[in-house]
Design a protein around this ligand. Structure first.
Ligand code: HEM
Length: 456
């Protein structure tokens, strides 16, 4: 045994929550996140969480735990599995920049959940497999460029689908989640799989079923029939390698025997859906707050949005939406070695839980916790702050970040360019000047919409 390891083992372990506090954290922080559906949201539970302001209670409890036990990590008194809550931005930075070693992204609970539909996905891969699959993902998603290499084709698809949605909205004067979701999924399928997949709602429904099952992680048996049907349809779409779609790049990007390209694609499809929720919530804030909507309209005034455009304010609005209402409720890691925290030891194999709804609204660390502050993404404050990690951070950071911000900002811009949105239904008020609710379901948002006369 190495001297360093012996030194760590001789030290006391990091603090462990009492059984009562563990039960509190389970009931107030973890259960509401799991019940809402970590991989696919359950509308009725989301409405309940909204009604009871679940994320505000969770945030307060996490602050109390930090005051009681210190900066952490805080181990939970759970039999049979070592689990710890990460409590401070400094520790978030350490865990995320220390991934995948010694903090592996391929965490046990995540593996059990995602194995339902992407057993070789990068998010649950480790070692050489991870390195290879991450390279492949970055290449197809064009991770390091603000505008994706297929930006022109993407902008055209987004613009057409937004126009189709607006044409329907012009007839009814209203927009709700159901109508938005249909248009959004068309965008997703066209961008990822190609225009020929536009109306293949079956593949989206199959994936939703698999995600719903995966919500239960260990507890749900795998549905092989659904999985096979999904994979079959996915293979058909990928085989076309349609020009202007990610499928084209999947066919072109170098792959090794480790890559398993088709197993990387479900993550892209399923991660795009909550991005639609982020757009819908951003739209709700802009509809309720004229001071935030003004700069958005100014940014897109007179622009040709069927071509890729640099829309920093709208990108910031979407990032702010996912900070305020994170689509990834917990970022998870498993430690691969014993680790030391201010002289205390956390054993190898501990599952580390970063609960994003409380972290990203922690007013003890973030001055703009409950405000809508797109400016924080424009002036670099949010980027530098490990309390604001909607796309995670470090080597495992979301490789689809730039792509999804391109698609969402173009879509939001197209909606706002010639239309005025009024929020007519929301589970919680979003009034200007008041703290924003910590929980906000997309399902319950409804807008009245009117066309703005274009000045000639
Ligand atoms: C609003 C939309 C999105 C948000 C908020 C988001 C956020 C995240 C987060 C928090 C992670 C987890 C990273 C970790 O465990 O540290 C992640 C991983 C990932 N995301 Fe996204 N994501 C979004 C959309 C997308 C899209 C549209 C794609 C692809 C087209 C994508 C591709 C991925 C991939 C491949 C990973 C796994 C990365 C790895 O394991 O190395 N994401 N994303």
């Amino acid at each position: 045994m190495s001297v360093v390891r012996q030194q760590i083992l001789n030290k006391v372990e990091v603090p462990r929550a009492s059984v009562v506090d563990t039960l509190r954290i389970g009931a107030v922080v973890l259960a509401p996140a799991i019940a809402r559906g970590v991989l696919a949201r359950r509308p009725k539970v989301v409405a309940l969480a909204e009604k009871f302001d679940a994320d505000r209670h969770a945030g307060k409890l996490m602050q109390r735990m930090r005051a009681r036990y210190g900066s952490g990590p805080l181990r939970l008194a759970v039999p049979g599995r070592s689990l710890a809550m990460v409590l401070t931005p400094d520790d978030v930075r350490r865990v995320l920049t220390g991934s995948p070693e010694p903090f592996a992204a391929a965490n046990l609970e995540k593996r059990k959940a995602l194995e339902h539909f992407q057993p070789h996905g990068v998010l649950i891969s480790h070692g050489a497999d991870r390195a290879d699959r991450r390279r492949f993902n970055e290449e197809v998603l064009d991770t390091h460029h603000d505008v994706h290499c297929q930006g022109a084709a993407i902008a055209e698809k987004v613009h057409q689908e937004a126009a189709g949605l607006l044409a329907a909205v012009d007839r009814t004067g209203a927009l709700d989640w159901d109508a938005f979701r249909i248009a959004w999924w068309r965008v997703i399928r066209r961008v990822v799989l190609g225009d020929a997949a536009r109306d293949d709602s079956e593949i989206s429904d199959l994936l939703t079923t698999l995600r719903m099952n995966a919500n239960w992680s260990f507890a749900h048996p795998r549905r092989d029939r659904v999985r096979h049907r999904f994979q079959e349809r996915l293979r058909e779409h990928l085989a076309r390698a349609e020009p202007g779609s990610l499928a084209e790049l999947v066919a072109r990007a170098p792959a090794t025997e480790r890559t398993v390209p088709a197993d990387q694609v479900p993550q892209w499809l399923f991660a795009f859906e909550p991005a639609g929720m982020a757009v819908f919530r951003a739209l709700a804030v802009l509809a309720a707050r004229p001071s935030a909507a003004g700069p958005a309209r100014d940014e897109v005034a007179g622009l040709d949005l069927s071509a890729p455009q640099d829309l920093p304010y709208l990108r910031a609005c979407v990032q702010e939406s996912v900070r305020l209402w994170p689509t990834t409720l917990a970022v998870l890691r498993d430690s691969t070695t014993d680790t030391e925290w201010e002289g205390r030891m956390l054993p190898a194999g501990t599952g580390l839980i970063i609960h994003t709804p409380s972290l990203q609204r922690d007013e003890q660390n973030l001055s703009y916790a409950d405000d809508f502050a797109p400016g924080a993404w424009l002036d670099g404050r949010a980027e530098a702050d490990w309390s604001a990690i909607p796309f995670s951070g470090g080597p495992v950071e979301c490789p689809g970040r730039n792509l999804v911000l391109l698609v969402t900002s173009l879509f939001l811009g197209a909606l706002l360019q010639e239309h005025d949105f009024r929020l007519v239904a929301s589970g919680r008020p979003l009034t200007e000047g008041a703290p924003l609710p910590r929980t906000l379901g997309a399902f319950g948002l409804r807008f009245g919409v009117s066309k703005v006369p274009v000045k000639v």
